[in-house]
Design a protein around this ligand. Structure first.
Ligand SMILES: *Cc1c(COP(=O)(O)O)cnc(C)c1O
Length: 394
């Protein structure tokens, strides 16, 4: 007998048949250079724990203190009874850290994008969006009801063309780009994109999820990296990557931030971040402001790993950040490579279509300040052995 939900099993079977079914591994240890994954101790090359803050003693202690003082839950949305002094302190600290007028925190980077885009554009407006922008940007754009026009990846000339051909049909225009593109590790040409927005009086927004705590002086992000302070209207950040915690932030123009506190739906209708998360984020800002040691270490590790991988003959694509794609081509090869690495005690996931284009499957290595020189060399040796046995390198 047919059943109204049978279609789900059909869809799941189709995913499995095409090799696109997500098998989710389980971690049973704290985050760090070494993890227990599905019961096995492995060297981690796929977390976003860039600075090793996810289990840093200073953040852990801050959480314990916050729980003692504030308990565990916010018990309300920000606009009713959920705004604690901790939230405001983090927002002030982030604004100062990033050198912007104001900042507001959200529950995640994903909800930051859903909150801010619909408050600055609507049905009569147009969004110019990099074709490789993150899913949460795409969803925020759709929610806004604005017309969405894509420009070629990281291409200011194409942006200029799309703007010239279309802007006059709309009330307002917003340009949105990822800061660091998470699949390739390349950086948006934000200085050149800014020039286009200046010529046409467009709003400019960058999602710096992978740049926060990574790019710029002491991890102050992509706007700092390009010296564009005061020129980017909206900067999205996340506390779930380099900051090692959980949460999102919208930083930039004070009027936009004030408007978001009045109209941003995830701000108005979803509860505030927990005291523990906020306290951990505050401790992370403290650490970043005290010293650039962790950020320096991250970049030194990333440079070393990437140079050695190139010497071995691997293609690491267009990355200029600690995100290191190892280009393999076919998805089956990438999956085989990832499995062989796991057998060698290395945890690095394969990414294939539709996460990346057809024929551009890869292993994505995420380098962290947590990796010791020994860890990196162990990883390189495993890549060399697997690369040779699968005929990827000579
Ligand atoms: C990871 C990521 C997000 C989502 O951030 P969360 O805090 O994990 O929700 C948003 N945008 C980009 C570009 C990202 O890479």
């Amino acid at each position: 007998m047919s059943h109204k939900l049978d279609w789900i099993q059909d869809e799941l079977d189709a995913l499995k048949a095409s090799g696109l079914y997500n098998t989710i591994r389980t971690i049973s240890s704290a985050q760090g250079a070494w993890l227990t994954v599905d019961g096995r101790r492995v060297l981690d090359f796929c977390s976003n724990n860039y600075l090793g803050l996810a289990n840093h003693p200073r953040l852990v202690q801050a959480v314990k203190d916050a729980v003692d003082a504030y308990g565990v839950g916010p018990a309300a949305v920000r606009t009713i009874a959920g705004t604690m002094d901790l939230h405001l302190r983090l927002e002030e600290r982030m604004a100062r850290f990033k050198g912007v007028e104001a900042a507001v925190t959200l529950q995640s980077g994903f909800s930051a994008n859903l909150a801010v885009i619909p408050v600055v554009v609507g049905k009569e407006d147009v969004i110019f969006s990099d074709e490789l922008n993150h899913a949460s940007i795409i969803d925020g754009c759709r929610l806004s009801g604005a017309k969405i026009l894509r420009f070629k990846h990281a291409d200011p000339t194409d942006l200029e063309r799309v703007v010239r051909e279309n802007l006059s049909d709309y009330r307002r225009g917003l340009v949105i780009t990822d800061g660091v593109f998470s699949m390739d590790g390349d950086i948006a040409p934000l200085d050149k994109l800014y020039q286009v927005t200046r010529r046409h009086d467009l709003m400019l927004m960058v999602d710096d999820a992978h740049g926060e705590g990574v790019l710029g002086r002491g991890g102050r992000g992509i706007v700092d990296h390009f010296g564009l302070h005061g020129k980017v209207d909206i900067e999205i950040g996340t506390f779930s990557k380099a900051f090692g915690v959980m949460g999102g932030v919208v930083a930039g123009n004070a009027k936009i931030i004030e408007w978001l506190r009045q109209r941003g739906r995830p701000f108005l209708f979803s509860s505030a971040a927990t005291p523990a998360d906020v306290a951990a984020c505050l401790a992370a800002v403290d650490l970043l402001e005290e010293s650039t040691a962790l950020v320096d270490r991250l970049w030194a590790n990333a440079r070393f790993f990437k140079e050695e991988m190139k010497k071995l003959g691997f293609d690491t694509g267009s990355s200029v950040t600690p995100i290191t794609p190892v280009m393999l081509g076919e998805a089956t090869l990438a999956r085989q490579f990832s499995r062989a690495l796991y057998e060698e005690g290395i945890f690095a996931m394969a990414l294939g279509f539709p996460t990346v284009p057809q024929g551009k499957a890869r292993i994505r290595v995420m380098i962290s300040a947590e990796h010791s020189q020994d860890d990196l060399e162990q990883g390189l040796a495993a890549f060399e052995r697997v690369g040779k046995s699968l005929g990827v390198i000579a």
